[in-house]
Design a binder for this molecule. Structure first.
Ligand code: ATP
Ligand code: MN
Length: 466
């Protein structure tokens, strides 16, 4: 007999005397026993709730020795009758007739014996934490958000473009990159005192990508509207709750979009994702809301209602300067905003998501479109409550001469970027795009506060074991 998903069984409604033959397979969350009955809570990962298995101990197959082997963490298959439940908190349960034990979990050794382990402890057992209710909920939501992301773009005619993970361009994030090499690092070939990368695999030095944007722009200049979605790597040694060394980034890039179109898309996109989560991940959200963050669902709902506040960097600096608020980092025109500043604007001043535009040229990337004032660029960052920056984007500089000029200003070797410059040389067009940190989005959706808890296997300084 085929086994059923616990999620769908829990949704069955049975009338009083109705029953149904079923098989379920999963992992034991808890087992309680009295003299005559064992109650087993079984979870198969299909939903946060477990199904109650009732085993009558008077049945010869459920003798003491056998039942003892079924402990928290064990994997079992249960054949029995799905019946209406008398117990509180569930409408159906399973009267077990046969139980097969696939794998026991030694109670002395299995680390998830009790509920309520700290998230810090669970990070140390990342290989097993997936079996907790919390990580089940987070990972199902993560899955739903990836699906919704694709759906959003696909419904709007965007082409999913696969940009490379290994790149030779170091235009962005110099110093933050992981090198990729097949050279013997103990004894690399040298020429004129320097490592001779011409002998390396690609004939030059190569890195893991910090962003798919530059290649994304090449795609947009051919296909119109594209998006990327893939792993992104930054060797930034920032041990913060908002940075990972390996994270997933989504980068749409659109030909013929100006900054306003870009902002509209970002706003529509974020609301779409939040609404999708509310409509499709309700049980998991309610679980997280009850366990970690009472405000979670209300906060998500407020996003859908909101019209994001749009203002420029210069106005934001004025607000921060006159706020009377004490910040750790000083606010001055020309400096980058820290997350404390971003959160002040969103949570205290506007009490609304904010899209900040027109940042000083010096603190943004070389490819952003220059404004007429000669000082600012057409950047846009979307700032969210409890997160700060969730999206960073801009209209791109489409003018060849201006782009070349800012490459020089930023000390970027234009010879290495000839292929990028070619987009401005041949059939250039106004275009825009942005990058969404997928885990930052998940922090917001799940209410988790550490980015290491919204990705199954986090990579951060000193950690890549699992
Ligand atoms: P931050 O100032 O927070 O470090 P950034 O300016 O370096 O962000 P961008 O280069 O604009 O970020 O990248 C686009 C998006 O990718 C950011 O808005 C953020 O959501 C996400 N992001 C950036 N760095 C990381 C990281 N190390 N881990 C997870 N997400 C990140
Ligand atoms: Mn950064």
């Amino acid at each position: 007999m085929e086994h059923s998903e616990i999620k769908s069984l829990l949704r069955t409604s049975l009338s009083e005397n109705e029953s149904r033959d079923v098989v379920v397979k999963g992992w034991v969350r808890t087992k309680r026993e009295n003299k005559s009955i064992a109650f087993i809570a079984l979870n198969d990962g299909s939903c946060v709730a477990s199904i109650q298995i009732v085993a009558e101990l008077s049945l010869p197959q459920f003798n003491d020795d056998f039942i003892k082997r079924i402990s928290t963490g064990a994997c079992i298959a249960v054949k029995g009758l799905l019946v209406p439940s008398m117990g509180r908190g569930q409408s159906v349960e399973i009267q077990a007739h046969e139980i097969e034990i696939y794998g026991e979990a030694n109670t002395e050794e299995y680390p998830l014996q009790k509920k309520g382990h700290s998230l810090e402890f669970l990070r140390e057992i990342a290989h097993l934490r997936l079996r907790t209710n919390t990580f089940g909920a987070v990972l199902r939501i993560r899955n739903a958000m990836a699906y919704a992301l694709h759906t959003f773009y696909q419904e709007r005619g965007f082409v999913y473009l696969h940009t490379p993970v290994i790149t030779a361009s170091d235009a962005e994030g110099a110093g933050e990159m992981f090198q990729v090499t097949t050279l013997d690092i103990e004894n690399p070939p040298r020429k004129d005192g320097k490592v001779d990368y011409s002998q390396d695999f690609f004939g030059r030095s190569a890195n893991l990508t910090v962003s798919g944007q530059l290649e994304g722009e090449l795609g947009a200049m051919a296909l119109g509207k594209i998006y990327t979605f893939g792993p992104t790597f930054r060797a930034e040694n920032s041990n913060t709750p908002r940075h990972l060394a390996e994270f997933w980034m989504n980068e749409p890039e659109m030909a013929f979009y100006e900054i306003k179109d870009n902002m509209d898309l970002a706003e529509e996109f974020l609301k779409y994702l939040v609404r999708y989560a509310l409509d499709n991940c309700r049980e998991d959200l309610e679980f997280l809301c009850n366990m970690y963050d009472r405000e979670l669902i209300a906060r998500l709902e407020s996003i859908i209602e909101a019209t994001f506040t749009r203002l420029d960097y210069t106005a934001a600096i004025e607000i921060l300067k006159t706020s009377g608020q004490k910040f750790e980092y000083k606010v001055e025109w020309g400096t980058d905003l820290q997350s404390e500043h971003e959160r002040y604007l969103v949570e205290k001043h506007f009490k609304n998501p904010v899209i900040l535009t027109d940042y000083p040229k010096k603190i943004k990337a070389f490819y952003m479109k220059q404004n007429e004032d000669g000082k600012t660029v057409r950047a846009m960052d979307v700032l969210f409550p409890s997160i700060g920056e969730i999206i960073g984007g801009s209209q791109r500089e489409e003018n060849y001469e201006k782009l070349l000029g800012s490459m020089h200003e930023f000390g970027i070797k234009s010879e290495d970027m000839w292929w990028y410059l070619d987009t401005r040389k041949f059939g250039t067009a106004p275009h825009s795009g942005f990058g969404l940190g997928f885990e930052r989005l998940l922090l917001f959706i799940t209410g988790m506060t550490n980015i290491r808890d919204v990705i199954p296997f986090p990579r951060y300084p000193q950690n890549a074991e699992f």
